[in-house]
Design a binder for this molecule. Sequence first.
Ligand SMILES: Cc1cc2nc3c(=O)[nH]c(=O)nc-3n(C[C@H](O)[C@H](O)[C@H](O)COP(=O)(O)OP(=O)(O)OC[C@H]3O[C@@H](n4cnc5c(N)ncnc54)[C@H](O)[C@@H]3O)c2cc1C
Length: 281
Amino acid sequence: MIPVEFDYVAPDSLDAALAALGGGGEDAKLLAGGHSLLPLMKLRLAAPTLLVDLRKVPGLSGIRRANGTVSVGAMTRHHDVATSAELGLAAQAAATIADQQVRNRGTIGGSLAHGDPASDMPAVLLAAEGSVTVRGRSGERQIAAADLFQDYLTTSIADDEVLTAVHLPDMTQFGHGYAKFNRRIEDWAMVAVCVMVKRAGDGSCEDVRIGLTNMGSTALRATAAEEALRGQPLDAQHIAAAAEQTAEGTEPPADLNVSSEYKRHLARVLCRRALEEAVGA
Ligand SMILES: Cc1cc2nc3c(=O)[nH]c(=O)nc-3n(C[C@H](O)[C@H](O)[C@H](O)COP(=O)(O)OP(=O)(O)OC[C@H]3O[C@@H](n4cnc5c(N)ncnc54)[C@H](O)[C@@H]3O)c2cc1C
C-alpha cells in the first residue's frame, strides 16, 4: 500500500506543467484528483518517477456555454459536473460516480484521460459526440470522442499532452436517461447505459445516441440499437425491440462478479430502462 518513491511538482502555469511533463520523460505523470492514479501507485501497478500536479494551473476549471456548446475545464470536479444545470446527461451520470468524497476530488479530465471503460463519463462523451482539447508544447489540438478511446486505459492523448477542456454539443432537444447496475450503490458500474433521444414533429425517433459503459475494452456506442430505433415510433414495443440489439457486436470481458453473457443481458435491460426514461414513458 506504499507507492514507489517519486518526485512531485505543482507548477502554477500550463506552460510550466508541460515543461515539467516533457522534462520528466515517459515516467512522468499528470496528477488531477488522484482518485485513479494514486490507488494504482499504492498497489504498485503504476510507478511514475515524477508527478506533475495540475491543481495550481489556472483556467482548467469551470463550466461555460458558448454558441450552444458547453465546455468543461479538465480539472472540474465530478461534484460540479453532477450539480450543473447546464449538463443534462453528463450531470446525471456524474452524480452516480462513487461517493461524495470521490466526487469532491475526481475530475472530468482525469476520468476521460484515464480511459477506463468502467468509468461513467467516457460513454457519455461518446454518445454526445463531444470532443476534448489537448495542449502539448507545440500547440493545441481537438480530439473527437470517437477517436479518443483507443483500448483499455489507453487514449489518443500523448504522454506529453494535457487535456485542458471537454466539449459537449448542445443536446437540449434530446431527452436523456441513465441506467447503471452495480452491486452496491456507490460501486463502479457492472454495466451502465446512457441514452439521448430526439423526437421528430410526429413523435417518432428523429435521432438516438446510446453509450455503453464496461461492455468492452473501451466505452462503446450501441449502433445496432440506435439504427433499430431511428425513424420508429417511440412506444414500448419499438423501444423494447431496439433494446434487444444493445449488446450486438460487443465482447464484454467477464470479471469476478459477472459473466460476459450476464453483462449482455444487463445491457439490454438497462438500455430499455434508459430509453423509457429518456422518452418519459
Ligand atoms: C473508491 C472509488 C470509486 C470510484 N468509482 C467510480 C465510479 O463509479 N465511476 C467512475 O467513473 N469513476 C469512479 N472512480 C474514479 C474517479 O472517478 C476518478 O476520479 C477518475 O477516474 C480519475 O480522475 P482523477 O481526477 O482522480 O484523475 P487522476 O487519478 O489524477 O489521473 C488519472 C489518469 O489520468 C491522467 N490525467 C489526469 N488529468 C489529466 C489531464 N488533464 N490531461 C491528461 N492526463 C490527465 C493521469 O496522469 C492519470 O494517468 C472511483 C474512484 C475511487 C477511488
